[in-house]
Design a protein around this ligand. Structure first.
Ligand code: CP
Length: 357
């Protein structure tokens, strides 16, 4: 265990399962970690979606605005990268379930400043929580946390195994975002099979794309990636998606065929400073300009299609689209609350559906 480091050299989207922390959910999420969409099969995704529908009903009841399903349970959302949506929606979700929640933003208040290791920090948070949400700049950061927590439990130092929910690990995955995205797609189309989803952006480093590609594949959707030569879909993901994946550089043709258009910003916080990175960064910035979607460009999409963006957005999605009825990106954000309620409840052994019958 001492050899584990937060930064690893594993290729993004390659499943890892050290200490068995990335168990298949297989119909029962109780006290398991949620680290990757690779843990889920279609029936698991539908379970989360059905729970999210029940959660949505609860929070839209103006008399109750939630329910006491997890009284006294505590969630900490530890966001080691900036976040407006994910951390806050997790704390809201936990409170709507009757539990308590704390958002820890950035690292400035961490005892790492006094020389504590990251591993020791995760164990400390585990002693204070019943469930931990974690965002890291490092690929596989949530897996690392889950491993040190599992080790603490195996040694008998922690009295309970605290589930770790990956709220975005570097350039790898963002599984709770993908589950909320799938919920949003299901709310509109009531199905997945036969739908085509088109992804636009940095296919190599945009984690929301990776998780949703895996989820869309599992739900039987066809996937198109509009790709830059300098920011390609990782080979492990290309191999996994097989003939469900089409790669193109023609955004307009892809938009005309899309049921769902999924945009993402340029994740340039991961840019390095050597010559190769500078070249990549300049080439990708030029591609993002070619990919800008505005109101006029949107008109070529089917009237029954939808546009999603996990936000934050930059120029790639112009604000003049905001009144178009194909835009579902604000509903997408709102849908994250019931979906994260579903995730928290299921990973703490509860069903919102069964608790509210
Ligand atoms: N979609 C998303 O992850 O947003 P934040 O970075 O604001 O959490």
């Amino acid at each position: 265990m001492s050899k584990l480091k937060e930064s690893t050299k594993i290729t993004a989207t390659e499943p890892v399962n050290l200490l068995g922390v990335m168990q298949p959910i297989a119909g029962d999420a109780s006290f398991k970690n949620l680290l990757s969409m690779h843990q889920l099969e279609a029936r698991d995704i539908l379970d989360y979606i059905n729970e999210a529908y029940a959660a949505e009903k609860l929070i839209r009841d103006r008399d109750s605005r939630g329910a006491s399903i997890l009284p006294h349970a505590v969630m900490k959302a530890v966001m080691r990268q900036p976040s407006t949506r994910t951390g806050g929606s997790c704390t809201t979700a936990m409170r709507k379930l009757g539990g308590a929640a704390e958002l820890i933003s950035g690292m400035s208040s961490s005892s790492e400043a006094k020389g504590e290791t990251l591993a020791d920090s995760w164990v400390a948070f585990a002693t204070q929580s019943d469930i931990l949400g974690i965002r890291t700049a490092d690929d596989y950061g949530a897996m690392f946390a889950a491993q040190v927590i599992a080790q603490g439990y195996e040694r008998g130092h922690l009295w309970q195994l605290v589930p770790v929910i990956n709220l975005g690990d570097g350039r790898n995955e963002h599984p709770t975002q993908a589950l909320g995205d799938l919920f949003t797609i299901h709310k509109k189309f009531k199905k997945f099979d036969g739908l085509t989803i088109v992804f636009v952006g940095d296919q190599a480093r945009y984690r929301a794309h990776h998780s949703l590609m895996i989820g869309a594949y599992k739900m039987g959707m066809s996937i198109t990636a509009v790709e830059s030569p300098v920011a390609k879909v990782p080979q492990a993901l290309v191999d996994f998606l097989g003939d469900k994946l089409t790669i193109t550089d023609d955004l307009d043709a892809a938009m005309r065929r899309a049921d769902v258009l999924y945009l993402g910003r340029n994740p340039d916080e991961y840019d390095g400073d050597d010559d190769a990175e500078l070249e990549r960064s300049q080439a990708l910035a030029r591609d993002y300009i070619q990919w800008i979607v505005d109101r006029q460009r949107l008109q070529q999409m089917s009237p029954d299609s939808m546009v999603l963006h996990p936000r934050p957005r930059r120029d790639e999605l112009q604000t003049d689209v905001d009144t178009d009825k194909r835009m579902y990106d604000v509903q997408q954000m709102a849908n994250m609350i019931p979906m994260r309620m579903a995730i928290i409840a299921r990973h703490l052994g509860k069903s919102i559906i069964n608790s509210t019958k």
